[in-house]
Ligand binder design. Structure first.
Ligand code: PEP
Ligand code: MN
Length: 344
């Protein structure tokens, strides 16, 4: 931590700051110029609240030089984390595509979607059975029946499956069906849920909260890892800004920033990130170009009739086009995409 004193801060103020830092267990290196003093506080204290120092008399600024998270950081683990999901690797040279409807609705929908996305190179099937809806009057998901339909469709087409968990009480049930637990944007800082998922024994797909900073998001990942689960996949799904033309603002700049700060794989979700299907393809291309390890996209056999998120769900033809474009860009950035089983 670096403490910059105000110009002409008096000696008593400087000595008081040094004493306080020593009291908190830091070694202090002092450099004094003609007008100004800078204090270097040495000591590893990830949970130290810098405001203790910021509020002291004579202090101009305090800068942290180490991150408040450890296990999620690139300085703790240099190499990219690879995660095995149902026999397939996520991260590294692989570009993984997760596709499927927002909500599981019925068997026909799941069968048609699974067959289509698998044929074109998706390796994981998504579908919500417990849905976090803004309105209590909106479709809330099929519950366990939805989990069953998701798993069955995935198995028929050799796809792994991912679904959202909102509640600690549902972890055991969802565990019986899913390969990956999705933690949605609304639960990114549900710390009790994160702690429980720390020992759930399956990977967690951690979406960025709509108002979360990158540091808060990585701290949420730290909860999972610190509680025993190293298999964390991050997903940028857009943040809330002043812009209203899109549902969220897909912050693709978080991808290179996270890659530098963390070893964890990071995906992008251009469906929730934009909220409109015409924007999904360009933003999917951009996310892959920016270095994403994978994409999550919503696809539906009949989006106008979807029970949730129809306007942002891709038509089947659009998914084929997306896979074609993503393959081309993946090649440029040195990534492999699972092959299509049919010609596009
Ligand atoms: C979803 O994936 O359907 C979902 C609700 O996503 P988010 O948590 O990003 O809003
Ligand atoms: Mn959705």
């Amino acid at each position: 931590m670096v403490v910059v004193m105000r110009p002409h801060a008096g000696e008593p103020a400087i000595e008081d700051v040094i004493e306080r830092l020593n009291g908190y267990g830091f070694d202090v290196h002092r450099s004094s110029g003609v007008n100004q003093t800078v204090l270097g506080a040495i000591g590893v204290k990830p949970d130290f609240d810098v405001r203790h120092i910021q509020v002291l008399e004579g202090v101009a600024d305090v800068y942290r030089v180490t991150s408040p998270y450890k296990f999620a950081s690139r300085s703790w683990k240099k190499n990219d984390t690879l995660i095995d999901v149902a026999g397939r690797s996520i991260g590294g040279d692989t570009l993984t595509v997760i596709a499927g409807p927002c909500s599981v609705e019925d068997e026909e929908q799941m069968e048609a979607t699974a067959a289509h996305v698998a044929a074109h190179g998706a390796t994981l099937l998504r579908g919500g059975a417990f849905k976090p809806r803004t309105s209590p009057y909106s479709f809330q998901g099929l519950g366990e029946e939805g989990l069953r339909l998701l798993r069955a469709a995935g198995d028929r087409h050799d796809l792994g499956v991912i679904t959202e968990v909102m509640d600690i009480a549902k972890i055991d049930l969802i565990h019986q069906y899913t390969d990956i637990f999705q933690v949605g944007a609304r639960n990114m800082q549900n710390f009790d849920l994160l702690k429980e998922l720390g020992h759930a024994g399956k990977p967690v797909f951690l979406k960025r909260g709509a108002s979360a900073t990158i540091e808060e998001w990585l701290m949420a990942a730290e909860y999972l890892i610190a509680h025993g689960n190293p298999d964390v996949i991050l997903c940028e799904r857009g943040i809330r800004t002043f812009e209203t033309a899109t549902r969220n603002t897909l912050d693709l700049s978080s991808i290179p920033v996270v890659k530098q700060k963390s070893h964890l794989p990071i995906f992008a979700d251009p469906s929730h990130g934009t909220g409109r299907r015409d924007a999904v393809l360009p933003m999917a291309r951009a996310a892959v170009a920016a270095g994403a390890d994978g994409l999550m996209v919503e696809v539906h056999p009949n989006p106008p009739a979807a029970k949730s998120d129809g306007p942002q769900s891709l038509l089947f033809d659009q998914f084929v086009q997306l896979m074609t474009h993503v393959r081309a860009i993946a090649e440029v950035v040195g990534r492999n995409v699972a092959p299509a089983h049919v010609s596009a």
